[in-house]
Design a protein around this ligand. Structure first.
Ligand code: AP5
Length: 191
């Protein structure tokens, strides 16, 4: 099993690229954002509890996403590894993921970090708001808060992973195809 983190601020293209990369390398794409939105759509008690936090662009509690990921890992079959998208988002989530993987004879193999200019992030998310119906895309103040939360709570994971030799920055500007090629070139060395 080969396990990747696809990492970057909101709007950096994690979800877009993950779908294609998961297919190409037979990886299971695990997006905590998608899992949480599925809970909201299904109207579950958990979804109701998390929707207000998400609509403000804040992070949901670590234990909620850790449990979701553990469940997915234990109920997956047949893939060549995992592609984690939007998880982990705090150092505490990273430590939990490492422990979860280690206990199952696996590890994080590489962290691919999409580097995108601030203005481009905002532009992409505002453009998506028209189509996605995501409440966290509709309000520019919430978009800015999501970017601030990323810098404060999520970016420290880069140092943590860099010290372990896992950090791989990737230029996230340009066309979707160009960025896919860059990610593909790094990943194919490991899969
Ligand atoms: P999540 O769903 O993870 O959202 P996010 O990190 O804000 O990421 P986005 O989906 O907005 O962006 P992306 O990088 O995936 O870019 P995408 O490919 O979609 O999280 C949502 C919320 O859930 C969080 O705020 C939090 O509340 C909660 N949450 C989730 N995980 C959590 C966790 N682990 N812990 C705690 N809370 C958690 O692209 C964006 C747009 O740009 C698309 O329209 C796309 O078509 C377009 N685009 C992509 N690439 C390009 C390109 N190269 N050129 C032009 N347009 C492009």
């Amino acid at each position: 099993m080969v396990n990747f983190l696809i990492f970057g601020p909101p709007g950096s293209g994690k979800g877009t690229q993950s779908v294609r990369l998961a297919e190409k390398f037979n990886l299971l794409h695990l997006s905590t954002g998608d899992m949480l939105r599925a809970e909201i759509t299904a109207g579950t008690a958990l979804g109701k509890k998390m929707s207000l936090i998400m609509s403000k662009g804040e992070l949901v509690p670590d234990e909620v996403v850790i449990e979701m990921i553990a469940h997915k890992i234990d109920h997956s079959k047949g893939s060549a590894g995992f592609l984690f998208d939007g998880f982990p988002r705090t150092v505490a989530q990273t430590i939990s993921l490492e422990k979860m993987l280690n206990e199952r004879g696996m590890k994080i193999d590489q962290m691919l970090v999409l580097d995108v200019d601030h203005d481009e992030l905002v532009k992409r998310l505002i453009a998506r708001a028209e189509l996605s119906g995501r409440p966290d895309d509709k309000d520019p103040a919430v978009i800015e808060n999501r970017i601030d939360v990323y810098k404060e709570k999520t970016e420290p994971i880069i140092n943590y992973c860099n010290e372990k030799g896992l950090y791989q920055p990737v230029k996230g500007m340009g066309t979707i195809d160009d960025i896919f090629k860059r990610l593909n070139d790094y990943m194919k060395k490991l899969v």
